[in-house]
Design a protein around this ligand. Structure first.
Ligand SMILES: Nc1ncnc2c1ncn2[C@@H]1O[C@H](COP(=O)(O)OP(=O)(O)OP(=O)(O)O)[C@@H](O)[C@H]1O
Length: 391
């Protein structure tokens, strides 16, 4: 979808910003370009929409050599989001979002409807924010408008240059999550520049690690963290790359335990007896629709049994839950946040169907799986650490 063939950019003053670059971003793929300041990431990106012309080599978008495409026309087909969002201050949020559809000559009504739809998609209610001006928004909201505007004309390709760089870490993480959700719906071909390895790892299907005008490694996040190709990459991803892997390893159904499950309306004596039979100290409680309600203590059930009643009289709410596919980092963080010895995992066919619980032991297994997955290429010391800590 985006293909670089031996692309070099040498500026007039002799600086070689990009040196013989060849790589490809597949259709619907999100590739992050990551590296220290000045290594050529932005230059790479700006060559795709012809804000910068290569000195040699060629770039194809959707099989077409872009050197032959009129730059203005090319840019209308490519969404572009930058850090200083560049919203028009005298235009409302809705008008800003409808900019490209207008340029493309859409009917006013159709353009505004589309803009409203996009604002909704990025989490801004058009009825609340549509008529505001950019200076009446927070930094995070402005970034969302930037993303909505870039997507408004439904371009197949999106270029994003540090789009979430100017907001604080909490808002940034929220924007990243929202963007991932959005991308899973719209499946654009995305080139995403960042100097933050955490962001690159979280967002990228693949990551290109840059060092001085060249790509040092181009691979899936887990592979870059697990088996850095060069000492430079190892240094760049950091000594705590084991920890960073937590954010790219997901919980799988096999990591879960299956405690006894009771329902809110189950009668007490039967429920208490069942837990006693199974030797369980607690059970997960589901409601009529099989949605997670919480948990119940076996001793409380036993004590209450004599008086009759139902599980609901003793059930406690449980807010510590995660969707299957969440990262181990989220699992760790949820356990800490709720001071919980286990967390419920929901998902599967129906979205919030109860699947099982993740315990610290399950988490540990998942960690070992994450390291073992590429043990073939992993450094010996890493595998040994996993073995020792697991014994
Ligand atoms: N117009 C220009 N003329 C001369 N040199 C330039 C020009 N634009 C960029 N450069 C140089 O090219 C190199 C790569 O710049 P580029 O902006 O692509 O880096 P980057 O990786 O995006 O950095 P940052 O993360 O700081 O944005 C740098 O050494 C920069 O100084």
């Amino acid at each position: 979808m985006i293909r670089f063939e031996h692309v070099t950019k040498r500026f007039a003053d002799g600086t070689t910003a990009v040196d013989d670059l060849s790589f490809e971003v597949a259709e619907g793929e999100l590739v992050t370009l990551v590296g220290p300041s000045g290594c050529g990431k932005t230059t790479t990106m700006k060559m795709v929409n012809r804000l910068i012309e290569p000195t040699s080599g060629r770039i194809l978008v959707n099989g077409e050599d872009i050197a032959a495409v009129d730059p203005v026309e090319l840019r209308r087909r490519i969404g572009y989001v930058i850090q200083q969002v560049g919203l028009f201050p005298h235009k409302t949020v809705l008008e800003n979002t409808a900019t490209v559809p207008h340029l493309l000559g859409w009917q006013r009504r159709k353009a505004r409807d589309r803009a409203a739809e996009l604002l909704d998609l990025v989490g801004l209610d058009p009825a609340v924010y549509g008529d505001r001006y950019p200076d009446q928004l927070s930094g995070g909201q402005r970034q969302r408008v930037g993303v909505a505007r870039a997507l408004a004309a439904d371009p197949p390709v999106l270029l994003m240059d540090e789009p979430f760089g100017a907001v604080d870490p909490v808002v940034r993480e929220r924007l990243q999550n929202e963007f991932l959700r959005l991308q899973s719906q719209v499946r654009k071909t995305v080139l995403f520049v960042t100097h933050d390895i955490e962001e690159a790892v979280r967002l990228g299907d693949r990551i290109a690690v840059y060092g001085n005008g060249r790509i040092e490694q181009f691979d899936a996040p887990a592979a870059v963290l697990g088996t850095p190709a060069t000492p430079y990459v190892a240094d760049f991803v950091g000594a705590d790359r084991g920890l960073k892997r937590l954010s790219v390893t997901v919980i799988e159904p096999g990591d879960l335990e299956q405690p006894p499950v009771v329902h809110l309306d189950d009668r007490l004596p039967e429920a208490a007896e069942r837990l006693a039979r199974e030797g369980a100290r607690w059970a997960v409680v589901l409601d009529d629709a099989d949605h997670l309600h919480g948990w119940v203590d076996a001793a409380a059930l036993r004590a209450g049994s004599a008086g009759g009643g139902a599980v609901r009289d003793h059930a406690r709410r449980m807010d510590a839950w995660l969707p299957v596919g969440a990262s181990l980092k989220q699992a760790f963080s949820t356990m800490l946040q709720h001071d919980a010895g286990w967390i419920a995992v929901l998902g599967g066919d129906a979205d919030d169907h109860f699947l099982g619980v993740l315990t610290p032991a399950g988490l540990h297994e998942a960690l070992r799986r994450s390291i073992g997955a590429d043990a073939v290429g992993a450094a010996r010391s890493e595998v040994e650490v996993a073995t020792v800590s697991g014994s």
